[in-house]
Design a binder for this molecule. Sequence first.
Ligand SMILES: [Mg+2]
Length: 222
Amino acid sequence: MSAPSPAAILFDLDDTLIDSAHAAHAGAIAWHQEIGAPGTPDPERWRSIEIAWYKRFERGEATYLGQRIGRVREYLNAPDLPEEEALELLQRFYPHYLAATTAFPDAPSALERARRTGATVGIFTNGGFEMQFRKMKHAGIAHPWLKVFAAVELGHPKPQPQAYTKVAQLLGTSNITMVGDNLENDVLAPLQAGWQAVYLQRPGAPQAPAGVVGVGTLDELF
Ligand SMILES: [Mg+2]
């Protein structure tokens, strides 16, 4: 990397360090069957509903709980499903999702290399701390030396500017390099905040725009 040596290196979690798309796919099939939902499991539809609701949360149009409820109601075509029931049903998704959660093969070594640069290394993720930490543990990357910044506890998700301000305050520096698979959240918004950023372009992801530092694998970093 040509950027100056960062004081902190932050990685996005989902689809950067852990293969969330795969876990969600496997989780959706098992969950659909377990709860006896009508029709055949449709993991692609589950995934696109999840992404759309998460975007609403990121734009501040839905609360964290609201997007959870909305996902279940939409997938089950049950707009009047009581909130409690939707949340209870979603709770039954997570064991399946967690069981299928793995780190990408390039993730553990990238974290180690980042640590050896002497920078503070952490995770900056748009989930809630408890769930994200459980996923990290299951994937074998919950190192005690990793700082974890989770949107729910921060009070602002990426790409809202306050999220980056808050993290920089907590780290005591803006000399931060963010690494992630989401162009908006992990690259463009961090650059706007005065950080450095690296776009991880996993297979099938959109091309990096001109001027953005992009890598095809975490093996290319540090
Ligand atoms: Mg991601």
